[in-house]
Design a protein around this ligand. Sequence first.
Ligand code: DAH
Length: 335
Amino acid sequence: MKEKLKKLVSDAITEINATSKEADLLNIKSKYLGKKSELNTLMSSLKDMSSSEKKEYGSLFNQIKKELEAKINSRLDELNNQVKFNFDNTLPAHYSKGSLHPVTIVAKEVTDILKRMGFTVVVGPEMDDDYHNFVALNIPENHPARDMQDTYWLSNGKLLRGHTSTNQVRAMQNYGAPIRICAPGRCFRNEDLDACHENTFFQLEGMVIDKQVSINNLIYVMRELLKEVFKTDVQVRLRPGFFPFVEPGFELDCSCLICGGKGCPTCKNSGWLELCPCGMIHPNVLKEGGIDPNEYMGFAFGLGLTRLAMMKYKINDIRVLNSGDLRRLNEFDIK
Ligand code: DAH
């Protein structure tokens, strides 16, 4: 037995000294000290020994265990020190510093501006229901306006929201009137991908409800917002637009940021860019939100954040934004 133990110890020490990898050292540890190790098997014979042998071998086993453990630990320290020693701290540092995504930057910028105007930021679920996406917004089942969104329906009967307008009635019901909220978020529509279309994009919903709210207030908010985002005075104009949840509804255009309104290929020589659908909230929607349309009125807008980021950073292909391709995203040199 003693011979066996001697050999076991010397084998283990040879192997410990020969290894140069931490992982191998752990394997050696389990080979010599683990449950299935020879030492463990020998130790289980203790119970059949006489009491004097038990005493002798018991302490011998313990001594061997401690010795091997200490040997393994000190070899581990040695290896770790070698790693430190091998580290050449005179080599030039190579690191790439990340940056925020263009859409994240624009979303933060816009919500910061709106917060200063008294808006509260709210968030709603990306997986929502028919009620919040359509019915609550004055778009009942089978209404032709549902065709404006090619919606992703889920097998659980829910849907991926097609717009952030889902937050309108939810916020009315949660907080009542008067209210000023904005809700940035990801939206989904079944679109074929090309340079201008994505199935996943970002919007920001804005909504103000109070006793006296007019289209002038809406125009003021949009102008101030765009002025700050683009750091230049921007003209806006409204054209009629149809959305069942607003009456009247508009398309808000802003003067072209590339040519300043003179006319260029980006604005198709019109001097205007289509930016944001909006309007005065329909009485049916207010009612659905538990707000009396005879007492309160409001406006809402659906700002395309993805669109805004593309305009701000002059990104001409929407697909770049969701690609995760850092070589492309880093091109915009956003600080
Ligand atoms: N939710 C609409 C869409 O994505 C856009 C929209 C239109 C939002 C009018 C509004 C609004 O708040 O008032 O197609």
